[in-house]
Design a binder for this molecule. Structure first.
Ligand code: 6XA
Ligand code: ZN
Length: 342
């Protein structure tokens, strides 16, 4: 399996994340991809290639122009406003307030942020754009006939909606790849999100559409970020009714329960009969992930990959989360090796 990767991810080098009432060194750190890259090379999964550039059109096919303009300028405007730290939202349009975008950068951060943990820094925009181009390059490989491809994306994307960032995400790499498939001849695309966290952004982007099926296995929103989307009763709206399937699971869920949910998800995918499958691949369902509460083991990820392969679909894997840094390489590559059958 070929991997698409860019060193540009290192331009996203935030030093602070709001966690437990403190500014800590971010869980979503550049070294995550070092460990995955090292493991890919160690097992010889396949070639590791640089992304092509696709400009802004595929980004703007998913994200609002004003939101993209905000991402592009936020850091410079934050600095120009005289703030010393990294750009972090601290005021939101809460209930019964107006959903009007303020002029001041401090207010705009809260208008566009879905959560407070994720800072914007110098290089964040460039890294996010490069990450989307990694996903698009992987999509082009699948369009060209590859049975599978791994888009080693960073920063991740599945929390980003058309006009929202947070959960370490700025541009929705999987959604951008799905829209690219749709804009280039594929009639139906399925997105399977196996990250521990609900892909609220991906769901939101396609919620009223029947041409992209969204299926997610995740920590129950009563207990897990992003908290405010991902319930089983969210099944789509309008033409999209029935084309969202959420499979939330409680704290402590192990692979036996999780795998049963995967089987349900893959049944729905098979019924949908898409032209391609995109897997939002987070490995934060791992038993010792520091910010999650599922109990999958490293060998479970191999079985996960094999189960996904049984769907028999052209598959683009898009990297999302996973924060047990020492094990992220093994767990991520286990999925890909399991998919390939060795
Ligand atoms: N307290 C913020 C938790 C962010 C989770 C990011 C993630 O891994 N999403 O998949
Ligand atoms: Zn996650």
């Amino acid at each position: 399996m070929e991997t698409i990767y860019s060193e540009n991810h290192k331009l996203r080098d935030a030093q602070t994340e709001l966690y437990g009432g403190q500014l800590v060194y971010p869980f979503e750190r550049p070294s995550r991809l070092d460990y995955i890259h090292e493991r890919l090379t160690e097992v010889g999964l396949g070639p590791i290639s640089a992304p092509d550039s696709f400009g802004m059109a595929p980004i703007l096919a998913v994200h609002d122009f004003a939101y993209v303009a905000f991402l592009q300028s936020a850091w410079d405007r934050w600095q120009a406003a005289g703030f010393e730290g990294e750009a972090i939202a601290n005021a939101w349009p809460a209930r019964r307030m107006v959903q009007t975008c303020p002029t001041h950068i401090d207010g705009q951060l809260g208008y566009y942020a879905l959560a407070a943990e994720t800072s914007i820094t110098q290089g964040t925009w460039q890294a996010a754009l490069s990450s989307a181009h990694v996903a698009l390059t992987g999509a082009e490989r699948v369009r060209a006939g590859a049975q599978s491809c791994f888009a080693l994306c960073r920063p991740p994307g599945h929390h980003a909606a058309k006009d929202l960032y947070g959960g370490y995400c700025f541009l929705n790499n999987s959604a951008i790849a799905a829209q690219h498939f749709r804009d280039n001849g594929m009639a139906r695309v399925a997105i399977l999100d196996v990250d521990f966290h609900h892909g609220n952004g991906t769901q939101d982007i396609f919620y009223d559409r029947e041409d992209v099926l969204f299926v997610s296995l995740h920590g129950a929103p009563e207990y897990a970020f992003p908290y405010f989307l991902g319930y089983a009763n969210e099944t789509g709206t309008g033409a999209g009714e029935g084309f969202t399937l959420n499979l939330p699971m409680p704290p402590g869920t192990g692979f036996d329960i999780w795998r049963t949910a995967l089987a349900t998800a893959l049944e729905r995918v098979a019924e949908y009969a898409p032209d391609a499958l995109i897997v939002s691949l987070g490995v934060d369902s791992f038993e010792t992930d520091p910010i999650s509460f599922f109990k999958l083991t490293s060998s479970d990820f191999t079985i996960m990959g094999a189960d996904i392969a049984a769907a028999g679909l052209p598959t683009l894997f898009v990297m999302e989360g996973g924060y047990d840094i020492a094990e992220i390489g093994i767990n991520t590559v286990n999925v890909l090796e399991g998919f390939q059958g060795h």
